[in-house]
Design a binder for this molecule. Structure first.
Ligand code: HEM
Length: 367
């Protein structure tokens, strides 16, 4: 591993910040591997996505398994996408999301601090858990969170797991047995009942993971930016368009996935798209570090929090529905105050960026 790659692996956000001003929007990480974020390159890359290969992430493939939809290609990948598209539509789950959000807000202690990122993670995992299995199983989801935290809970743990035993899968046989039991006994229309039995473990783990980490971060970042913008919370209560613009601006400045999946050309060149850098390009976004929900639409290839091409996130509609409903209910039922020890130190879980665990939310009941 050369010095650039080492900095990229060990200190991802400081590394990305250090190359932010490169106008070409691309950096060589090592021989035949490039980090890219220029909008023209991104738009062209996503247009060609169908003919590119999508090599697994070394960090995540050990957890999600070789057969995860995240790195299948060709006909198998297309078949999974066809299965997932109808079952991940957000409007199918409005009643379910509402029930879970109301329950979760009711459980918040009035006036006492809770960790914002952990709270939103628990809620979004409950939602995707119910969608996947058709039933609530908080015990199983807690075991799943513990397993993930052990492997992705910090950059050091992530790299230790990746480097100390390269190639080994990091599944937990007992947890897999319980997940598979839940998945095999799931009844239609739950998501697990639509999945082919051969890859069931890898797809269930992938959907639980992809379906909650990013949505939880996006929700927490949206609450963070609302808290930091004087007067915004009051204006959001009756203005759905402003809420959507606020969520989009939060996804721009604090994208939960800092990188999209790797792309590989036929001759073996690996390209890693950087969502974080594309969204902070001064040539595209004047004063890129300022949170401004009134920004105009960006050009093609400049805004892609959900990735793009044939791999664009199939959970986008569901995620946006969840974020909208959680934030609306929070603002309606509670007065929110955040205490922010250090706003510039986000937590990384793999390449997913969440607010620091110490960011506390005090949610006082509205009378
Ligand atoms: C704010 C929330 C979310 C964000 C920011 C997000 C972001 C992303 C990104 C960047 C990718 C990679 C796309 C690429 O490589 O071009 C992706 C893929 C994926 N996401 Fe999401 N995601 C979110 C929510 C969800 C949800 C709720 C689900 C539901 C299960 C989900 C399931 C997936 C799956 C299965 C893939 C792999 C798609 C493929 O490889 O074909 N995501 N997501």
């Amino acid at each position: 591993m050369n010095r650039t790659e080492l900095r990229f692996a060990l200190r991802l956000i400081p590394f990305l910040d250090s190359v932010e001003d490169i106008e070409d929007g691309l950096v060589k990480l090592r021989d035949r591997r490039w980090l890219v974020w220029h909008p023209d390159v991104m738009a062209a890359l996503f247009r060609q996505d169908r003919v590119l290969r999508h090599p697994p992430s070394r960090t995540l493939s050990a957890l999600l398994g070789d057969r995860s939809v995240l790195w299948l290609d060709g006909a198998e990948h297309a078949a999974y996408r066809r299965t997932l598209a109808p079952v991940l539509r957000g409007n199918r789950y409005q009643a379910l999301i509402e029930e879970m959000v109301e329950r979760s807000i009711a459980e918040l202690p009035s006036g006492d601090p809770v960790g914002l990122a952990a709270w939103s993670r628990k809620l979004t995992l409950r939602i995707i858990g119910r969608i996947v299995f058709g039933v609530d199983d908080d015990e199983l989801l807690t075991a799943f969170t513990r397993w993930l935290d052990c492997r992705l809970g910090s950059r050091v743990r992530t790299l230790a797991h990746r480097c100390l035993t390269p190639g080994a899968t990091r599944s937990d046989p007992e947890l897999d047995r319980r997940l598979l039991h839940r998945a095999r006994t799931a009844e239609p229309p739950s998501l697990a009942a639509c999945l082919p039995p051969e890859d069931l473990r890898d797809q269930v783990v992938s959907l639980l993971f992809a379906g909650h980490e990013t949505t939880a971060s996006a929700t927490a970042w949206t609450v963070f930016w609302i808290d930091r913008t004087p007067g915004l919370a009051e204006r959001l209560v009756d203005d759905g368009d402003l809420l959507d613009a606020t969520i989009m601006e939060s996804l721009r400045l604090s994208p939960p996935a800092t990188l999209a999946g790797n792309r590989m050309s036929e001759d073996g060149m690996v390209i890693t798209p950087s969502i974080y850098l594309a969204h902070r390009r001064a040539a595209t976004y004047p004063h890129p570090h300022v949170f401004d929900p009134a920004r105009t639409s960006p050009p093609p290839g400049a805004f892609f929090p959900f990735g793009g091409g044939v791999r664009h996130c199939p959970g986008k509609d569901l995620a946006l529905t969840e974020i909208r409903m959680i934030v609306t209910a929070l603002l309606r039922h509670r007065r929110i105050r955040l205490s922010i020890p250090n706003p510039r130190s986000p937590q990384l879980r793999g390449a997913a960026m969440a607010p620091p665990p110490s960011l506390a939310m005090v949610a006082t009941c509205r009378r």
